[in-house]
Design a protein around this ligand. Sequence first.
Ligand SMILES: C[S@@+](CC[C@H](N)C(=O)[O-])C[C@H]1O[C@@H](n2cnc3c(N)ncnc32)[C@H](O)[C@@H]1O
Length: 259
Amino acid sequence: MSIQQQRFPIENEAERRKYLLDLEATLTGTDIQDPALPSTPMSVRGFDAKARESGLDWPTTALTMVGSRRLRNFRRVIEYAVTGGIPGDIIETGVWRGGASILARAVLAAHGVRDRKVIVADSFEGLPPPNATAWPADHGSRLHEYSDLAVPLEQVQANFRKFGLLDEQVVFLKGWFRDTMPTVPSEQLAVIRLDGDMYESTIDPLTHLYDRLSPGGWVIVDDYWAVEACRLAVHDFFAQRGIEPKLRQIDAIGVYFRK
Ligand SMILES: C[S@@+](CC[C@H](N)C(=O)[O-])C[C@H]1O[C@@H](n2cnc3c(N)ncnc32)[C@H](O)[C@@H]1O
């Protein structure tokens, strides 16, 4: 059976594992050796297996740029929340073509979880121009100039549909995080995956979502070592809250911590 035709839930543990690993290979483009986009700002050209493992390039057609290791981390923390009884929904802030969020929905489906949502938050128009008056750390960011980062909502929905994973458990939240984060349709979160690449795009979700994170829930910071402004936002948030969670390394770029 192809991953597009998979039926849920998957009772057999080995089959579930195989489905999620096959899906990971497809979502990262590792299965077809999908080359890096020519516009990728990193110096990766063609298909470089090591770069794709660590999410160091932007694939041409595959649905996520986070790479296999960060995708696996996302799967594991969701599975931990499900099997460990940490209540709440899953949210990704910054989804691009939707690949990581598709994996999140697949994990819930594979485990037969019906009472948790995957919230998919993005402008679906790319990144905002920097507002250096409000957020000096974003001064000089040019990511808003990359049209390859603007993926329309309908395209992301079609990407979920391709895998049979577009249903009422997926909630799309369109708009700038500064406007949408106060309106997130969830009382309780188990996993927050931050992937907005800027100070503003990291601090807004953290500020509005952290209080809804269940004790024992996880925050994943995709860009921690790649974008200094993102790192600053995380530590400014910790200082504001007077917390010092232990940061755990995922790969050379991403970290995660537990509430
Ligand atoms: C690096 S991409 C996300 C990669 C994605 N997680 C994946 O699996 O490939 C960053 C995304 O964040 C979105 N984004 C960044 N800042 C935003 C903001 N302030 N408001 C809304 N969307 C934002 C962009 O539109 C883009 O889709």
